[in-house]
Design a protein around this ligand. Sequence first.
Ligand SMILES: NC(=O)c1ccc[n+]([C@@H]2O[C@H](COP(=O)([O-])OP(=O)(O)OC[C@H]3O[C@@H](n4cnc5c(N)ncnc54)[C@H](O)[C@@H]3O)[C@@H](O)[C@H]2O)c1
Length: 334
Amino acid sequence: MKVLITGGAGFIGSHVVEAYCARGHEVVVLDSFVTGRRENVSRGIRVVEMDIRSPCLAEFLASERFDAINHHAALIKVPESFRRPVEYAEVNVVGTLNLLQAAVESNVRTFIFISTCAVYADSGNLPFEETHPLGPSDPYGTSKLAAELYVQMYATQYPSLRCVILRYGNVYGPRQQVYGEGNLVAVCIERLHEGQQPVIFGDGSHTRDYVYVGDVADLNCHVLEQPIQGVYNVGTGQQRSVLDVYAQVARTLGAPYAPIFGPPRREQAHVALSSRRIQQAIGWLPSTTFEQGIVHTAEWYRSQLQNRDATPAEHSLEPATGADDSARLGDHSR
Ligand SMILES: NC(=O)c1ccc[n+]([C@@H]2O[C@H](COP(=O)([O-])OP(=O)(O)OC[C@H]3O[C@@H](n4cnc5c(N)ncnc54)[C@H](O)[C@@H]3O)[C@@H](O)[C@H]2O)c1
């Protein structure tokens, strides 16, 4: 299949790009590089630098004739979303709508929208099923839920467009940067590698459902290739506290465990996602244990951090700064 992956230069999207290519699909990456990195995308893969809000998007899609769109592009930093809620709505809601409309106009058959556990209300029994009450507690989660509603409306109004919504738990693994929604693992590894201790917001009892990025990429292949539609959670069903994650990373790195506590943040208290629905639909379950995932991730960061220490200007792990909102159309083969 010919597939457009938005956000394919980002953390999760770049793993999906590799998984799709490995299965023989023709992949084109569309990314604005606001947080994505060119080095995340292998040479030989077409990369189009464009904002999903661009008025050129429809023309681009019409000229390419994609079979499917896998939509990972988004702004994802929860604290930042409180400071810039309008920009989060513009990218995550209006950008998604722009993409949906362009998809319909160019006869795309499959639209996979990546959502988040942040759409759920912060209460009730764990693990959350897809029927758990919705009620995001931050502008990021609200923007994702609004985008979901548009995807569902398009699925109803345009039955020829197969729509799938995947609500991820906290994804972790190689290439995750030290910011964002689910970056605790990356923060712990980087701080401990530097001989520092991460600061824990609150008492460290918050829990999240950590799912390894390799398992998530594998799932995206099944979702592309099998004729399912609807809303599906993507998690392990297990909740892990901040202190548990930090302790596991410290054990893996052989680093001291001496948590420093800071003031609490506004965030969901406890999250675990039941993946029973997706398991029943296509037989997918995550296969990487948390311990294995932390080892893979720590190995990758160790190699990156060693490179950075050797050549700081070229290999910095600092997040990219400054949003580039311009609509630039260009084809950059890599
Ligand atoms: N990381 C997690 O734990 C997690 C959890 C739940 C859901 N998600 C979702 O997964 C997706 C990918 O997240 P990630 O962690 O890989 O983040 P990321 O920041 O690494 O990737 C997002 C990508 O989207 C691109 N992008 C942002 N705005 C854009 C725009 N206006 N036009 C074009 N490209 C744009 C960025 O440059 C980047 O490459 C997001 O939709 C996010 O909401 C992530």
